[in-house]
Design a protein around this ligand. Structure first.
Ligand code: BJ8
Length: 381
């Protein structure tokens, strides 16, 4: 497989980004930490603040969180909380950027996250955006619109800047440009065999809410340039789509297993995949309404019913000509776990095989998952 200069460059982006934030903070810029796609970045940027993702994908902070939280909640929540409450005494590296955050903007999604956010307030000022959980009901859009107006007010208060319509429109345009670049990049993965490994794509996507918008766009442009030059070598490998929970930075376990065993990932139906960029914000409408309409449609399993997600999965499977779907859930993520049933039914009807993997951030099940992936790939070959 190819090595990409743009991805090598990204590996070293951490320190550059942290120094950029340090400089911004010295200049009086506020930093917002987020955990979820439902928080509209455009409002944060329009207020003149910066944003950084706080979701954890590392296993070593899970045991720290278990001193405060029950063991039987999802590892993403434990890892994120553990890195924030970690005072470094345990020898585990803390989340170094959390300490720079002026405000955490959270969202009412799954139960465990909601309750964890109640505890977070003891460590960092935390604001929670409420979400209607029946997105297709007639009242939901108005309610969500009200919530993002309140959030706009919170950002204005935090930064002391009034958010203007022009500023919002500019940020919407800029975020749409990033989404369009990601679409262009995903188009290249439709080639058989795809010119880039899914693991490499995932590492890039995990950084999309860590990097500055400009850095992300520049990296995407460089990567597209590099990938476009690759001539396919003609060897077909089983084309896999991953669907399910997000894979936060530090967690590449399942994609690594799939691609080391002979499969190739061509799409991810997840928040570290298509859900983050698939839909654009309408640039011709009132910006707040356009944001509400776009964000409320994110097909997260916290929404009920969530048929939009099933439709997306089928559409992606067709577009990317996938041979099979690996349905991935984190342990104790009941929403995605239960939705598996409907997804499986829909895929069966479409004649697409599915493998279900439920796991955590530890390495204890790597061998066992590997054997199941082997059998699945053999069936697809
Ligand atoms: S929009 S998927 S980023 S909530 S994996 S914490 S759901 S128990 S991360 Fe998510 Fe926003 Fe939805 Fe996306 Fe809960 Fe499940 Fe854990 Fe999850």
């Amino acid at each position: 497989m190819h090595c990409f200069e743009s991805l090598d460059h990204l590996k070293n982006s951490y320190n550059t980004r942290i120094s950029q934030i340090v400089d911004e903070k010295k200049a009086g810029k506020k930093l917002v930490g987020t955990f979820c796609l439902f928080v509209p970045d455009e409002i944060i940027f329009a207020a003149g603040a910066d944003r950084i993702i706080l979701c954890g994908g590392k296993n070593d902070t899970v045991s720290i969180a278990e001193q405060y939280l029950p063991r039987n909640i999802c590892p993403l929540i434990k890892s994120s909380f553990g890195s924030i409450v970690n005072n470094g005494c345990s020898g585990v590296k803390s989340c170094s950027h959390y300490g720079m955050v002026d405000l955490i903007v959270a969202e009412n999604t799954c139960d465990s996250k909601k309750k964890m956010y109640e505890l977070l307030g003891d460590y960092v000022p935390t604001y929670v955006i409420d979400l209607p959980q029946r997105p297709d009901s007639p009242e939901a859009l108005n309610y969500f619109l009200g919530e993002i107006y309140k959030f706009k007010g919170v950002m204005e208060q935090l930064t002391g800047n009034k958010i203007t319509v022009e500023q919002l429109k500019m940020e919407i345009k800029s975020s749409n440009e990033t989404r369009q670049l990601l679409h262009r990049f995903y188009e290249l993965r439709k080639i058989d065999p795809p010119p880039i490994r899914g693991v490499d794509v995932l590492k890039l996507l995990q950084k999309q809410y860590f990097l500055s918008t400009e850095e992300l766009k520049a990296s995407l442009r460089m990567l597209i340039n590099e990938v476009e030059k690759i001539k396919p070598d003609g060897t077909h490998k089983p084309r896999i789509m991953i669907s399910g929970c997000p894979m936060s930075s530090g967690n590449t376990k399942v994609p690594e297993i799939i691609e080391s065993r002979g499969g190739v990932i061509v799409a991810e139906e997840s928040c570290t995949g298509t859900r983050s960029f698939w839909d654009l914000v309408d640039e011709n409408k009132d910006p707040m309404l356009a944001l509400a309409e776009r964000y409320i449609k994110i097909p997260c399993s916290c929404m009920s019913p969530n048929d939009r997600r099933i439709e997306n999965i089928l559409e992606l499977a067709r577009e990317f000509e996938v041979d099979g779907v690996v349905y991935y859930t984190l342990q104790f993520c009941h929403g995605y776990n239960i939705e598996k049933y409907k997804v499986q039914q829909a895929l069966r009807k479409a004649g697409i095989p599915m493998l279900f993997i439920e796991t955590d951030y530890s390495n204890s099940d790597i061998e066992q998952i590997g054997l199941r992936v082997d059998a699945f790939l053999e069936m697809l070959s």
